[in-house]
Design a protein around this ligand. Sequence first.
Ligand SMILES: [Zn+2]
Length: 379
Amino acid sequence: MPKPENDSLEQIYNIHTHVFTLAHVPDGFLGFGIVPAARNPIVAKFIDWLLTNIHPFKNNDTYDRLAVFARAAAFPTSKDIFVHMKGYYPYGTKFCVLAMDFEHMGAGKTLAYEKQLQDMLAIKNDQELGEFIIPFIAIDPRRKNLLDLVRKYVEEAGFCGLKLYPPLGYYPDDPALHPVYAYAQENGLPLIAHCSPGGVYQKSRISGAVKKELLKKIRPIPWQVRWKWWKVNKHLTAAYSHPENYVPVLEKFPELKICLGHFGGIEEWDRYMNDSWKPDEERPFDKAWLAVILDMMQMYPNLYADIAYTVEAERLLPMISVLVRNPLFRTHILYGSDCYMVEMDKSERAFSVNVRGYLGEADFKQIAQDNPREFLGIA
Ligand SMILES: [Zn+2]
């Protein structure tokens, strides 16, 4: 039987997804020896049961991530995750799968980064699945021979873009990244960068001088930092993700297409809604990140943002609708879900249908088909 064409849109793109597994993350990724234990499927099942039935730490990010991983353990390989995710979308949907380089975050040793890339490559080389994956390679300025690795995966394996995750401990404008940006600009490779104060973060000790620099970019300063409390690193390294950090990159590489993942993130969208500031505010770090991104979008035509995870909070759907209808931003917003990091309270299908139903067909087509094509350089 031929595959049914069960959608009115010619092509849907989900610009922001992941397929890494517990095998790809360092032992100290979640703390408390959880990762090595949860690699055992029976333990993972037990954790899943425990977390589904009692909610001891709801809204704690270690808890959330653990729950996501415990559930994902039902899909032991990257390919299994990909097949599962794909099954929630109309046949033919394409997925940008973003690699993550966890090796330098100080959570213990992992030599699994190349394994993760190889597992993504296996999907790309799969007869049934290959045409639906658009793989992005993660770049970290601390990795040796970074440009060689990027060239290898782009030129020999057909990877299509770059992924950046600054809260793991570096600035987007790190000079070690410049040769990679130059290469990407020359070859039309887009960059997707994690841009929210949340997410995973550097675990190793942060020196006093670096701390001082980071603090200049955080508003308001969280009490955990003030009181040198638990998770100081989490709040400090959020400053690496600040949208303002991309200005020098956009200035130096004006042809490089950059997508700020999560559009600043749920917390900053809430801050945008709740805070008041002067239009000529000279201290950008006092402004909600969403406002900073919108300012930057008007200055840099190659700056995009995706809605991955952000509108998981349904109260924010009206805001995304307002933005998509605004001609200033309409062509620069991309549909993404952050699968499988988002599959907590609703499925991928529920997420995508929710967004599509709220925006309507024309606006959904704009962010899930037209804009991704432009961003990915697909004619
Ligand atoms: Zn993500």
